[in-house]
Design a protein around this ligand. Structure first.
Ligand code: SF4
Length: 302
């Protein structure tokens, strides 16, 4: 049984926002076509149509948290892609968060590259000045071929443009990379092109997730039909190792493996400094016989 839920109901947030105040701004996803993603297509027993919540409702939620003394916490503006909403609407929300809630260390939200590209530099600057600190954007892969196959609706060039414009506006950028997204067939391309895009953007942070097919997503069906070959745990670790090894010397991002889908939990506060140690540690996992025989996680809930 799948229930349709209103935009005020929050379905997903980044693990790093687990202890944040979550305020629903948009519901669903205005794209909702990525072949690996079932977030708003019923995999959690719920579907949600894309909608921008009425401003009064969002401001009321902020009042509610402020009145209950939720001060001093990070605030995550929830929904698949709040940056799809009009800039003036977002500015009013961010300013109200900053006005009503005291000592907020971070205001953040998800962002889709195309929504960023639809905003002018001036609009991005307005969001930054209002107090939006960081956006989480799904790069997924730096390969335009893989992005096209996965119906991401964005290519490498747009990802680079969007990423640079976010950073130039003063907003920090956290990118997600999905290990295994090219399957066995395009693993080499995924490594090379992803390292290339990360090198071009030099994001504040990038985070690895490992492809975990959720039942009934289009990509799950390809896998079941034998049209898509998943990587083994050790092959995913090799991809991560080689993405790091192929980064340009300029990349000084923080790097995290902070997701339940991953097979290691390595992190770095500056990959420029930690690159050799990071690779060495990954090599030790890759060469460990226990890891070589590790079964895939096949999570059905995340
Ligand atoms: S843009 Fe994000 S939320 Fe929307 S379908 Fe793609 S991965 Fe899912």
């Amino acid at each position: 049984m799948v229930f349709k839920v209103p935009p005020s109901q929050i379905i997903i947030r980044p693990p790093v926002e687990a202890y944040s105040v979550l305020i629903a701004v948009t519901g669903g996803c205005n794209w909702n076509k990525c072949r690996f993603c079932g977030t708003y297509k019923g995999i959690y027993g719920t579907t949600q149509d894309y909608a921008v919540r009425p401003l009064e409702d969002v401001l009321k939620d902020i009042d509610l948290y402020a009145d209950k003394n939720y001060h001093g916490y990070p605030v995550f503006l929830a929904g698949g892609n709040p940056t799809s909403a009009p800039t003036d609407y977002l500015v009013k929300i961010i300013e109200y968060v900053r006005l009503r809630m005291k000592n907020v260390p971070r205001v953040s939200c998800y962002a889709k590259a195309l929504d960023i590209l639809r905003k002018t530099d001036e609009e991005l600057k307005k969001l930054s000045e209002a107090g939006l600190d960081i956006v989480y954007m799904g790069l997924e892969s730096g390969s335009s071929k893989i992005l096209r196959l996965m119906k991401k609706g964005t290519n490498a060039e747009s990802m680079i443009k969007a990423g640079k414009r976010v950073l130039n506006s003063g907003i920090k950028l956290s990118l997600y990379v999905i290990l295994g997204l090219g399957g066995k067939k395009f693993s080499e391309e995924h490594i090379k092109e992803t390292a290339g895009v990360l090198t071009e953007i030099n994001p504040t942070i990038f985070r690895f997730r490992t492809l975990n097919l959720m039942p009934n997503t289009p990509l799950w069906k390809d896998w079941k039909n034998g049209d898509f070959e998943l990587l083994s745990p050790v092959e995913n670790l090799i991809e991560e190792r080689n993405i790091i090894a192929n980064l340009g010397e300029n990349v000084s991002s923080q790097v995290f493996n902070d997701h339940v889908s991953n097979y290691c939990s390595l992190e770095s506060s500056n990959i420029k400094i930690d690159r050799d140690a990071f690779i060495k540690t990954l090599d030790s996992y890759i060469n460990d016989p226990k890891i070589k025989n590790l079964p895939r996680k096949n999570l059905t809930q995340m």
